[in-house]
Write a protein that binds this ligand. Structure first.
Ligand SMILES: Cc1ncc(COP(=O)(O)O)c(C=O)c1O
Length: 416
């Protein structure tokens, strides 16, 4: 195995680490939760000062004509560059849950003669809640079928078997939030298209971690978070992508910002064209502005480079887990084929919660815990290096051999 220091020295992305804020009081911290909340880009503080002090403080209401009106679609176009979308196909809006609701109700109304929404048990629970409420709202007696892919030996086969002529919508997380398993976009899109169904993707755990080309992969509709690998900040607005070829899809929550002329103050104003029609009310200007710096870093680094490094970091982590942790009953729950995973590795261990707490509180490593027995280690390639991977595995061994499980087994997690 090549040494971590040699790999870090050769890493073309190593300079990006310093473009993020690191707390000098915690120099040993290894932050492996960027798949939940990404680190703060250094540039974010300048953006915040500009928006608050100058644009709001000095320009006041004039700010709307000086950039705020278009901010959701402007930042959306930058996300579109990461996704291979055309300008005018992506906008920021609300949060992932609401964007998903809008997209799925729109799709269900387009396929109102069909009864079924297909998803899987690896999807994010909130997404399944949203699918159910979308069915209730669409008003055509549609129901959600949850395929149990988590236990299937052939998840793709199990999913595709469920897609038929009664399927209106297929909705999946591109990368599963627990296992990190990744769907083949093209295979699912093709099967759905052949059956006449629309696919609504959740890119929350793939955007900014994996190169995606919506045009090449035939993606019609997608939503996703910006606070994970895009490093947009806590509670940052989500995004929605609707292919320009799906112009018949309409926003079920229409409001003034989604209409052609919001400032005519005319409740009969027709919907805007393009992705603007999926807006509803006033954009979240301050948090939208904070999404931009993280995307710019990814565009500068290049998604192919980011992905190459993600594969090498996750491969190294899996190898070291096999070598040093398998004997302590750690089991890798993420696919070993890099083409079938995202940028986090899930590890199952009966005492995962206690180990996670010991790592956070004694070892300056932040992973996250998902009940009942899963730890997730997220490798955000712009600020995680190869030495971090080695040190993490060493610190896990120190926890297990040093009695950390006993010290933390009766504690509840501080942050869920
Ligand atoms: C895959 C996935 N979808 C949706 C969400 C929910 O996003 P929001 O709270 O922005 O609606 C999350 C949150 O972590 C997620 O991981």
């Amino acid at each position: 195995m090549i040494s971590a220091s040699e790999l870090d020295a050769r890493d073309p992305l190593s300079g990006f680490r310093d473009r993020f804020v690191h707390n000098s009081n915690e120099p040993e911290l290894i932050y492996l939760d960027g798949n939940s909340l990404g680190r703060q880009p250094r540039a974010a503080a300048d953006v915040l000062a500009r928006v608050v002090d100058q644009e709001w403080g000095e320009r006041l209401i004039r700010g709307w004509n000086e950039g705020w009106l278009d901010i959701a679609e402007g930042v959306g176009d930058l996300i579109g560059e990461l996704l291979g979308a055309q300008p005018g196909e992506v906008t920021l809006a609300e949060n992932t849950s609401v964007c998903l609701y809008k997209a799925v109700v729109a799709a269900l109304r387009e396929r109102s003669s069909r009864r079924k929404v297909v998803t899987d048990d690896e999807n994010f629970p909130s997404d399944i809640q949203i699918l159910r409420s979308a069915c209730r709202s669409a008003g055509s007696d549609q129901t959600v079928e949850i395929v149990e892919t988590s236990a299937a030996t052939d998840p793709t086969g199990a999913l595709l078997d469920a897609i038929d002529e009664s399927t209106a919508v297929v909705s999946l997380s591109h990368v599963a939030y627990r296992s990190g398993r990744r769907w083949n976009l093209k295979a699912v899109n093709r099967a759905a298209e052949q059956a006449g169904a629309l696919v609504v993707w959740d890119f929350s755990h793939s955007v900014g971690a994996i190169p995606i080309d919506v045009a090449v992969e035939g993606v019609d509709v997608a939503v996703g978070c910006t606070y994970k690998y895009l490093n947009g900040g806590p509670g940052a607005p989500a995004f929605i992508y609707v292919s320009s070829q799906q112009s018949a899809l309409s926003n079920p929550i229409s409001g003034w910002f989604g209409s052609k002329k919001p400032f005519d103050f005319d409740y009969q104003s027709p919907p805007a064209e393009g992705i603007q029609r999926f807006l509803t009310g006033t954009p979240h200007v301050v948090s939208a502005a904070l999404v931009q710096p993280g995307i710019e870093l990814l565009l500068e680094a290049g998604m192919d480079n980011v992905y190459k490094k993600s594969v090498r970091l996750t491969e190294r982590f899996i190898d070291l887990c096999d070598k040093h942790l398998a004997k302590f009953s750690f089991e890798i729950a993420t696919p070993r084929d890099p083409a079938s995973r995202g940028s986090h590795i899930a590890v199952i261990q009966a005492q995962a919660q206690a180990i996670g707490l010991a790592l956070i509180n004694e070892q300056s490593v932040i992973p996250d815990f998902r009940p009942p027995d899963l730890l997730r280690f997220g490798f955000a390639p712009l600020y995680i290096g190869f030495a971090d991977v080695d040190a993490t595995v060493k610190r896990i061994v120190d926890v297990v051999e040093g009695g950390g499980i006993d010290r933390w087994k009766d504690n509840a997690p501080l942050v869920p």
